[in-house]
Structures are given as C-alpha cells and as structure tokens.
Design a protein around this ligand. Structure first.
Ligand code: SF4
Length: 701
C-alpha cells in the first residue's frame, strides 16, 4: 500500500448505498492504523443532521477488502477459468466480440444493462455510449425493478416524476402520513425520524404492510393487508372519503381533471367488500381515512410494497387518486411522494440509461428531444436508435435467435436481483460474450467472459440525485488501485477500442456539464447546476434551468406539469395477483430487505460486520402456519414456486400474516429468493411482480 495516502486530506461526501444519500466525512485513518484504511464519520448535509446506519458506518471496509477486484479478468475459452489479464487484452477481447456480433447480426446484437447506483455522469455516459458507439436500442437498467411503477403513475397524474416533489423534512411537519409498502426502519433507518416525529394534533403514521415490520410497529395504525391487494385498499379508502364527505371539492374542481371517471369504479368498493379482498377491518379503513382527512397537512407515500406488482402503476395511481381527492398534491406541507430505494434511483432514470428515454427525462420517441440531444452529442438525430425493451424483457431475449448475443453489465447483479433468476442465469450462459464491470466478483461477474474492475465511490468524483430530487456531490478521497479504472475510463477505453476516440469524456465535471446541456429544456433540467453551485448551496433541486435559478425544492405549488396545469385522476380497477394461491401453492410469498444488507448484497455481503449481522437468507412465517407443516424455529424450509425452489432456515414470528411467508432477497445460491419470484410484468412500467407469488412449503428433513 502507498503510505502517502495517509497524508491526504479528508473529503465531504455521501454514503455509497441507498437513496437517502446520508452525508459522510471520509478521512485516511491515522498513521498508526493500516494506511489503506479509511475512517467514516456522519456529516450534516442537505438540511439533515448527521446520521448513518450500519451500512454507512462500514462502507469504507470494502475499499481495502481482499475481495475487491484489482485487475481485469478474461476467460479464454468455454469452461475455462477467469484469469488475470492486461487492460489492453481485456478491452481487445470485448471490442473483438462486439464487432463480430454486430457484423453478423447488426447493432442490436449488443445490449447494455446499467444500474440505479451509478452516478449521474455514468448513467449519462452509458446511455450515450449505447446510442452513439454501439448504436443499439438494447439498453435498460435495474431501476425497472425499483421505482418504475411510481415513475409511470407520477407522469400520468402530474406530467412529471420526481420521487418526492418536496424536501423530506416536510414529512416531519405533516400531521398524518400514510406510508404504503416501506420498512424504512430497516432500509433507511435515519429516515425514520421524519415518520415518527412528534405530531401534536390528532394525526399520526399509518403503515400499509403485510408484515408488522419495525416501521409498522411504530405506527398509530397498521393496515396488515393480504399481499397484492394494495390497489383494492386504495379504492376502498377513496370510497370512504367520498361517502363521508371528505373530498376537497374546490381543489378537485380547480386543480384536477377526471374525478368523474374514477368515482363510479370506486363506489363499488364498499368497506365490507374491501375487508374481504384485503383483510383490513372496516373500522381500520374508516380510521385511516379519518386521520388523513382531518389532518391539516397530510402525505401519501408509496414504495416497493405498492409498486413491485404487475399492476404496480395502477396501484400507485389509486393512491394518487386518494391524495388528489383529499387535495394534497401541490398543497404546501402536504402531498404525494415515492420513496426511491437505490442510491441514484432518481438520477439514474433521468439521464438516458432507460430504454425509452434520453437525457433530461425526455422521450426517445419525441423528434424534438432527439434533435436536441443529437446536437449535444454531435450526431445525426436519425442515427439515435429508438425505444428498446425493458430490463426483464431484455434479459429474457439474450441469446435467443433474434436477441442480443453480447451483454455489457455496469453496476448491477441480475443473477441475484432479477425475477425468476434461474432463468436469467440460463440466458446469460447462452451469450457469445458477457462483460461485467464491477467492484467485486459478483454472481453475474463470475459468469462473465471479461470482468473489468471498477473504482469505488470514494475513488472518483460524481453527482447523485437523492430521493427528494436534490443533486449532491460525491467526492474522491484517493485514487483507485493501479489496475482499477473508473466506469467513465472503462467506457472511454471501450469506445476507443471500437474506433470512437472522442465519444466519452473521462472527466466527471466535464461530463456533468455536458449532461446539463443535454438535459436543458427537458423535464429534469440540470442546465443551471454546476459542481461549484452544489458545493456552495448544499445541493440543488431540479429543475434548475439556468445559473441564476435557485432550484425547485417544492413542485406543483402553482400548477402541475401537464398541458392544462391540472393533475389527472386516472380510473383504475383492482385485479387479483397474477398468481393467486391455490391448492398446489397455498401460501403467498413476499420479499424485501434487511437492515445489514443492500440490494443483491454484492457489496454488503463482503463487509465482515454486515455479513456477521445478517449472514444468510431466512423464511419468516407465522407459528400457526409453521405448525401446520411441522416446522420449528430454525428448521430448514424449502419454499417452492412454479419457477423453482429455495431453502433457508425458518424464523417464526406472529408479526406476519398466517397466509404469507417473507424472504429477504440479498443472497445467491440455495437461499436465493428471486429464484421464486414471478417475472410477470406491469403493462406500462414493465415492473415485475416481485412482491407476491404463490408458493408451498416443505420441511427439509
Ligand atoms: Fe447509507 Fe442509506 Fe444507511 Fe444512509 S440510510 S447510511 S444512505 S445505507
């Protein structure tokens, strides 16, 4: 190790994990410690006090982990092991493989899969690389698995999607908060204080979740619904609001359209019917509406529990309809918002790594948007490919006769995180070329023909956009190890190897400025944001169209982003889960996260403290359900769905519904929850049905 590292000054940055993007200070450890070690301290930032969860405190351990990749790896021939290689050799193998696939099968023979943890600069560069260097329409990212349903519902109601259209501190000031499908006590613990703040009036926190999670346990009211019935519940709550006279008539008439189309559907969801569909008692439905309607300021927040369904967009729309009927969106102190999960889940969907979008959150099918972005890229608008398939469809097409033959993966691990993950493994194995850029040898990287070691968050500069739409800086503490490159350098090197010398800049600040020009005039307009302004103004909220604009912390106060400035009610109706329980598969499975792990666990499973805190998957089930199967706490349980089976120890708790089991999805191998999940897709967002499928249980003898 280079001992001069200890002389480097500390930097103010943010956590590498979730969308809360907590502020942190990084410092080289004192000279008495190992010189490669880095100290982490919480830092007040973005109007929030200093606080980190266990994942943040331990984030720097991965910088010096023996498990991080330190050199490119190449597999020379089918069945051969991955062996160290030089960068020239590795990039040469990739360039040759891409050229061969495209010569034989056209530009679409190569696909790209990105991630919601990539910085804005990387997400932008990846989209530009795919469209200008590879000229392929086949690019999408793992945000499809995260917030795409809320994004689609937000767009159709408000004309714009920003996770929280208000600063998160506003949530603490609301009298009542309805939180649908989120366990922030485990996923983003510092956020909990906004939900559990003292609320002086007769309001409180209402949590909708099939499990009495740590978050639900702190709520005034917990609506413990059957998995897959959130949409019916939302319709039922709006029914009560109408019948009880809680609808804000003046708001609905002056600021919205479409209420008349929603009303007839909602009126068929009388409380007793909703109780039969959802399991939520009539009295609790009434109490939830009363708490929301009597609040001076109220908020409706959704997250993955409502969104990760094949009817996720309609489910979110139903909750948005409820919020609109009560006059909340665009009213100071009130509103609707989505809690984005991944570190750059918000920015990651704004800058062009999504199959249907160009930078600035523009439609790739809009001729004016194509012309504008083409002018920034210096290409012919007609050369920009059209809309490509969503992530799940892209993965399913790999290696098929008309599908891509090569795949480049940046910042995601679909072998663990994609639905029906066993099928994903089969598709990856059928490729001519799989290239993975990652920090560690993830389960996806282990299948690759070429693995490119990429820098970690403390080794490069960049920006992230947190869950409230605030653009913030990540700062480099020190350079990456000698044979490790940043993703921008990797993309630039690949572009050069493919004959495009100047396509991708390697300087993050210049890339950000280019991103700003490309986004100018778009929905997510970053044109007025610069590294200097982020530094001096503690982050900036988009849209921020010019250097004199102060940014936009609170949206929709003067109107919505629709042509008539009114929000739209969207008529939606309940339908059962794609796969309901039956005699063969009589139990619901739902999935989620635990406090000490993050997403596919590729990073956090390699942090010793976190691995010790949460070493393996488990199956959470009610004692009554366990007794029916002769299962005791700690017994290995086989969970079987129509797509495969997973085995993990039983964890008995009466905090879960008796008809439901829960598995966290962070682990590969026998305990891989996503072996079981259903790849059925939402027709609009293409979100898979992660949150509910039918399974049966077997005690492993
Ligand atoms: Fe990092 Fe999220 Fe934990 Fe904050 S809550 S420290 S951003 S993982």
């Amino acid at each position: 190790w280079d001992r001069t590292l200890v002389d480097m000054p500390g930097v103010a940055t943010h956590c590498p994990y979730c969308a809360l993007q907590c502020g942190m200070e990084l410092r080289p450890a004192p000279a008495t410690a190992r010189p490669d070690q880095v100290e982490v301290a919480p830092r007040a930032a973005g109007g929030r006090r200093a606080a980190l969860c266990q994942k943040g405190w331990t984030a720097a351990e991965l910088l010096s982990s023996p498990e991080r990749l330190r050199t490119p790896l190449v597999r020379r021939g089918r069945g051969a092991a991955l062996r160290p290689a030089t960068w020239d050799e590795a990039l040469g193998v990739v360039a040759t493989g891409i050229a061969r696939a495209q010569e034989e099968s056209g530009p679409g023979a190569v696909a790209v899969l990105g991630g919601g943890g990539l910085t804005n600069e990387k997400a932008y560069a990846l989209g530009k690389f795919a469209r200008t260097v590879l000229r392929t329409p086949n690019i999408d990212y793992n945000g499809r698995f995260c917030m795409s349903s809320a994004a689609a519902a937000g767009n159709r109601a408000f004309g714009l999607d920003r996770g929280l259209p208000f600063p998160m501190a506003d949530i603490a000031e609301a009298d009542t908060v309805l939180l649908v499908g989120s366990n922030v006590a485990e996923t983003m613990p510092p956020f909990l204080r906004f939900l559990t703040a003292e609320r002086p009036g007769d309001g409180g926190l209402i949590v909708v979740d099939p499990r009495r999670t740590e978050t639900a346990a702190r709520a005034r009211l917990h609506l413990q619904l059957t998995p897959g019935t959130d949409l019916a519940l939302a319709l039922g709550l709006l029914h009560i609001a109408i019948v009880e006279g809680y609808v804000d008539r003046e708001y609905v008439e002056s600021r919205t359209t479409g209420f008349a189309d929603v009303r007839p559907i909602v009126m068929t969801y009388w409380p007793e019917r909703v109780e039969r569909l959802t399991g939520v008692p009539v009295a609790d439905q009434h109490e939830a509406v009363r708490l929301l309607a009597h609040a001076g300021r109220a908020m409706v927040l959704t997250a993955r529990g409502a969104e990760q369904h094949a009817k996720g967009v309609d489910t979110v729309s139903a909750f948005v309809n409820l919020a609109l009927a009560l006059g909340l969106p665009g009213t100071p102190g009130s509103g609707y918002g989505c809690l984005t999960g991944q570190g750059n889940g918000q920015g990651g969907r704004e800058h062009g790594q999504k199959s249907d979008q160009l930078p600035g959150y523009r439609s790739i099918e809009d001729p004016a948007a194509r012309a504008h972005v083409a002018s920034v890229w210096g290409v012919d608008p007609d050369s920009i490919p059209g809309r490509g398939p969503s992530a799940t469809e892209l993965l399913d097409a790999l290696g098929r006769p008309e599908g891509p033959r090569a795949l480049l993966v940046f910042g995601t691990n679909p072998v663990v995180s994609a639905p029906a993950a066993g099928r994903v493994e089969e598709r990856l194995a059928s490729l001519d070329l799989l290239v993975v850029a990652d920090l560690v040898l993830s389960e996806t990287a282990a299948l690759a023909d070429v693995v490119l070691p990429s820098a970690q968050w403390a080794e490069e500069d960049g920006t992230m956009t947190n869950l409230e739409g605030r653009v913030i800086r990540r700062r480099r503490l020190r350079p990456p190890p000698a044979q490790v490159r940043t993703d921008l350098e990797i993309l630039a090197g690949l572009a050069r190897a493919l004959g495009h010398d100047a396509a991708i800049d390697t300087d993050p600040e210049r890339v950000f400025d280019e991103l700003g020009r490309a986004s100018a005039g778009g929905v997510a307009d970053y044109a007025g944001i610069s590294y200097d302004r982020i530094d001096t103004e503690d982050g900036l909220f988009w849209p921020c169209p010019d250097a004199d604009h102060p940014g936009t912390p609170r949206m929709f106060l003067d109107g919505f982003a629709t042509p008539d400035r009114r929000a739209r009610f969207v008529p939606v109706d309940h339908r059962p889960a794609v796969e309901d329980i039956d005699a063969a598969y009589p139990v619901y499975l739902t999935t989620g996260r635990v406090r000490a792990q993050y997403q596919s666990g590729a990073q956090t499973r390699r942090v010793p403290t976190l691995a010790a805190a949460a070493p393996r998957a488990f199956v959470e089930l009610h004692p009554a359900l366990a007794e029916r199967h002769g299962i005791e706490d700690g017994d290995d349980v086989r969970v079987v769905s129509r797509r495969g089976s997973a085995v993990a120890p039983a964890r008995l708790t009466d905090s879960i519904r008796v008809d439901t089991v829960f598995m966290p999805f962070h682990w590969p191998g026998a305990g891989r929850a996503n072996t079981l999940t259903n790849p059925a897709l939402d027709p609009t967002s293409r979100m898979p049905e992660f949150k509910v499928c039918a399974v049966r249980l077997e005690l492993v003898a």
